[in-house]
Design a binder for this molecule. Structure first.
Ligand code: AMP
Length: 440
């Protein structure tokens, strides 16, 4: 075959495509309980939106963005010209920045108005090195709540996220909820300086990227995949010991709400989440990586508060919080736990022709079934009756209606229950109703 799907992308055959639909159905059900509505945003945006939102020195913004140029823009570049910011586009690496942009653009949180509560789902793109559970095109489901300031909103967000995972069937005891606070403008700068000073002391033990991060973004080093950096950062000052009073109080309040809801959690002082836009509460849900067949990739979702993001991208000063879940990784987890999200294909009624003389009549019965809302398929390849019934079996048909010239002359057809193999003659007037009774 000359063409294959690009590296890091996946085709979804019907089983996965149906699972995605089921995933969305359950999302509607759970998020709807908390007052959320759906939103769709473009798959590409002005690149600056993501860079500003995620932070210059995050992997997602610096190395992993797929930049998109129109042919005209590329020509301008080739000729040594400059592009306007609006001409440099990027495939979205995540959904939050776009949703926040849309909320600002359409003024969905008017001053004094109720919070905007929205969820989205769709493909995201990151130019990562593909491996199991890490794709270049993957799918996220995300939730954003803009304008809710109270700590109970943080707790509600976390509870809703856990509830959704349970709705998918992931046992609660297989999940670990990690939480942390990343502070705010009052305490984060001083804390960052402390971490920076610590890293300067240990500079020689850090990888090249982390050495650079000393200047650009020290907190990112908590996330570094290098085992030695991990060791070094274990000894770094902890955010939990350096929060300002309001942030500490807030974090205590969030924990209090979680305790009251019976949600267990682990406070992980290293949890800084991959993007710069987070402030205050952050959280991540992990599953036991090895038992879930995920290898190193054990995070199945996470999020937190991002009170500065809206203002950062030029919108009003409105607080925000949200989370995002990766569909593909969740599917790996479900598979490892033996959970089937795919509700299975519908079982059609198969309409078979004994010979060519009845084809037009069979065609009519097929239409009648579908008009009644019953899935129905028939032969379009001129096969023998025997092989049509084989196809009916393979397509998991609930029943077959066999249309033969002799029966037809008597105003009848044969109805065969494909599960019990029982057959009966049914009049043409009754056949659709009889098929329906088998079906429902
Ligand atoms: P993030 O947006 O990086 O916080 O990731 C949120 C969730 O999206 C993760 O927990 C993963 O489940 C999923 N995810 C992130 N990056 C990828 C990727 N490259 N391939 C597949 N899933 C991903």
């Amino acid at each position: 075959m000359a063409f294959q799907s690009p590296r890091g992308t996946e085709d979804w055959l019907p089983t996965t495509a149906r699972a995605w639909e089921e995933f969305l159905t359950r999302a509607w059900r759970i998020f709807g309980l908390y007052g959320y509505e759906p939103i769709e945003v473009p798959t590409f945006e002005q690149k600056d939106l993501f860079v500003r939102g995620l932070g210059e020195d995050t992997d997602a913004a610096s190395k992993e963005i797929f930049t998109v140029y129109s042919v005209g823009a590329l020509d301008t570049l080739k000729k040594g010209g400059h592009l306007k910011a609006s001409q440099t586009l990027a495939l979205r690496p995540e959904g939050t920045a776009s949703v926040v942009r849309a909320i600002a653009q359409h003024n969905l949180v008017p001053q004094g108005g109720a919070p905007a509560k929205l969820f989205y789902a769709g493909p995201m793109f990151r130019a990562e090195r593909p491996q199991k559970g890490r794709l270049r095109e993957f799918h996220q489901l995300g939730v954003e709540c803009l304008g809710a300031t109270d700590p109970s909103a943080d707790a509600e967000m976390i509870i809703m996220c856990m509830r959704f995972f349970e709705e998918l069937g992931i046992p609660r005891e297989e999940m670990t909820l990690l939480i942390n606070s990343m502070g705010d403008d009052a305490c984060r700068p001083a804390y960052t300086e402390k971490v920076r000073a610590y890293m300067v002391e240990h500079k020689d033990e850090l990888c090249e990227d982390c050495q650079r991060r000393i200047e650009t973004n020290p907190l990112r080093s908590f996330d570094c995949k290098n085992p030695q950096c991990y060791e070094v950062m274990e000894g770094a000052p902890r955010f939990s010991d350096n929060l300002c009073e309001p942030c500490a109080e807030r974090f205590e309040a969030v924990k209090g709400y979680l305790d009251a809801a019976g949600i267990s959690y682990v406070v992980d002082p290293r949890l800084v989440r991959g993007f710069d836009y987070y402030t205050g509460t952050v959280f991540e849900v992990q599953v036991n990586g090895e038992s879930a067949g995920l290898g190193a990739q054990s995070a199945i979702g996470g999020g937190g508060r991002y009170d500065k993001l809206m203002a950062e991208i030029g919108g009003p000063d409105v607080t925000g919080l949200g989370f995002a879940l990766g569909f593909e990784r969740i599917m790996l987890v479900l598979e490892a736990f033996g959970i089937q999200l795919d509700p299975g294909a519908v079982r059609p009624i198969y309409v078979a022709c004994v010979d060519e003389s009845v084809r037009a009549k069979a065609f009519g019965i097929l239409q009648q079934l579908r008009d009644t809302g019953i899935p129905a398929v028939g032969d379009t390849q001129g096969r023998s009756l025997k092989s049509q019934l084989k196809v009916a079996g393979k397509s998991n048909a609930r029943a077959a209606i066999i249309v033969g010239p002799d029966e037809l002359a008597a105003g009848k057809v044969t109805l065969r229950d494909m599960d019990t193999h029982e057959q009966e003659d049914v009049t043409l007037e009754d056949v659709v109703a009889r098929a329906a009774s088998l079906y429902y």
